[in-house]
Design a protein around this ligand. Structure first.
Ligand code: CTP
Ligand code: MG
Length: 235
């Protein structure tokens, strides 16, 4: 069972603040995207990585891949991305050559996911799940609110879902290839993750244990944490 990984890396990173597209920003001197590519290629099961670059940044991403040491056993493709994450993932899937029956979708913004987490996701797909997400219990209690029309105004709380039943979902998410392609062809409307599209097909998605280090670099404080994790790994 050969596995391909699609890495959506086309976002601007608005919440991170002004600067280069988020995936091209450096973490300990190496672009975030290169960390994410290495995290996928670290799995011996992954034979192809498709990077979905910022719309006008495909050439730059190609030269970054050529300039960094990456495993010989892995092939790399670069395609330009789109206006939404969903569109970018679809453009990556469109570039997949035949011959991979498992597909991972992994955010470039989660550069530090350990290989054991990647392998656990692949293993669960091999065991027969059409869609697999790495997930962690929540530290915070979560409230559903009536969103305020004006940001910053008080918001009425509507409900408090039982925290023990909730999980925060990470990537890589793993899929049976045909299931993921069908989901991206048939599901319309906004989704925030790929597994959600498979749920809309009426199929079962399973969660396996995620990892703290698979956190998403979203805001400036996350860069501080990512640098600290890398420093600890080098000790
Ligand atoms: N992504 C993408 N194409 C887009 C938007 C997002 O490939 N049009 C990718 C990002 O590059 C990132 C992943 O989807 O690797 C998760 O998205 P997010 O963390 O929201 O990144 P950005 O959209 O870049 O950040 P922001 O929402 O703060 O602008
Ligand atoms: Mg975004």
């Amino acid at each position: 069972a050969r596995t391909a990984a699609v890495i959506p890396a086309a976002g601007r990173g608005v919440r991170l603040g002004p600067g280069a597209p988020k995936a091209l920003r450096a973490l300990s001197g190496t672009p975030m995207l290169i960390h994410a590519v290495r995290a996928m290629a670290a799995s011996r099961a992954v034979s192809l990585v498709v990077v979905v670059a910022p719309p006008d940044g495909a050439a730059e991403v190609r030269s970054l891949l050529d300039a960094h040491a990456l495993p010989e056993r892995t092939d790399f493709l670069v395609v330009p991305g789109g206006q939404s994450r969903q569109e970018s993932v679809k453009l990556g899937l469109d570039a997949l050559p035949p011959g991979h029956d498992i597909v991972l979708v992994h955010d470039a913004a989660r550069p530090l996911v350990p290989v054991d987490t990647v392998d656990a996701v692949i293993e669960a797909v091999r065991d027969g799940a059409p869609a697999v997400v790495p997930a962690l219990p929540l530290a915070d209690t979560v409230k559903q609110v009536e969103p305020a029309a004006v940001p910053g105004e008080p918001e009425p709380v509507v409900a408090t879902p039982e925290r023990a039943l909730l999980r925060a979902v990470q990537t890589p998410q793993g899929f049976d290839r045909d299931t993921l392609l069908r989901a991206h062809e048939t599901v319309t409307g906004e989704v925030t993750d790929d597994a959600g599209m498979v749920e809309q097909l009426g199929l079962t998605v399973v969660a396996v244990p995620g990892h703290e280090e698979a956190f998403k670099v979203t805001r400036p404080l996350d860069l501080v944490l990512a640098e600290a994790v890398l420093a600890r790994r080098r000790l």
